[in-house]
Ligand binder design. Sequence first.
Ligand code: C5P
Length: 283
Amino acid sequence: FTPKTLQGKRILMTAGPTYEAIDPVRGITNLSSGKMGYALAQACRQAGALVTLVSGPTALPRPYGVRFLPVQSAQQMLDTVMAELDMAASTISIDCFIGVAAVADWRPLQVASQKIKKERGLAQDGTILTGADGTSHAGTGTAGAGDTSYAGMGSARTGGTSHTGTAPAGADRPSRTGTVPADTLTLALTQNPDILASVARRPDAPYCVGFAAESEDLLHHATEKRIRKGIPLLVGNLGPATFGQDDNTLLLVDEHGTRTLPAGSKTALARWLAQELGRRLPA
Ligand code: C5P
């Protein structure tokens, strides 16, 4: 028996990873399984809500009784979410937006129209080039002016094995100059839009809930993230290895402070969260 705490509430959610194409057969994604988001969609529906789930690619069955809108990229996810909110603005408004998706922070600046060839790291149409000499990077030259991140500039690192920016302070950082091994392919990345923050910024923003997975100092990051994104409630995933797992430990962060929930299955936690939402949403 599930109390119908969300009876008649309209809930829009995102879940799963996003997939950012590099070429027609390859892309960048992450290890999000979609389990937490799908469990929450199901739990909200069982609590009486009308749920629309905008989902990146997952291996999970569609939750029963939930309107399901599949997408691939972060941009498609944003467009779909915004279209839903725009549509609701002229009909029945949405009460709550829950961003559970692990949205890719970066996407390739250019998507090659043909499979990138190993021989030269060149797309057939020449859009992405190898870093064979570190100079002629057609794909990277147009990376946003003022872009201060290192993504897409990995080619310039001398003989390094990792371009992820985890090098200790003082170690050689990637730069645009330097030599590049001949077998290097450089991929320029550009930042994806923040879907949750975009929803929260709307004048007609529903009650917004975010999720955060952090590998360290969750309390601090989650508190800061809630404020930066301009949302009333943020749910933190405690522990680094929650992706793909059935169990989770959650931390709730709101304007009053933080509260840790006892560890449980994603299904049990989703049920608890749905009831909590019912208490928080305006009547
Ligand atoms: O900033 P971070 O990715 O850690 O924030 C996580 C929260 O923000 C999640 O709720 C996620 O769904 C949402 N998010 C988003 N669009 C992004 C990045 C994150 O909606 N581009």
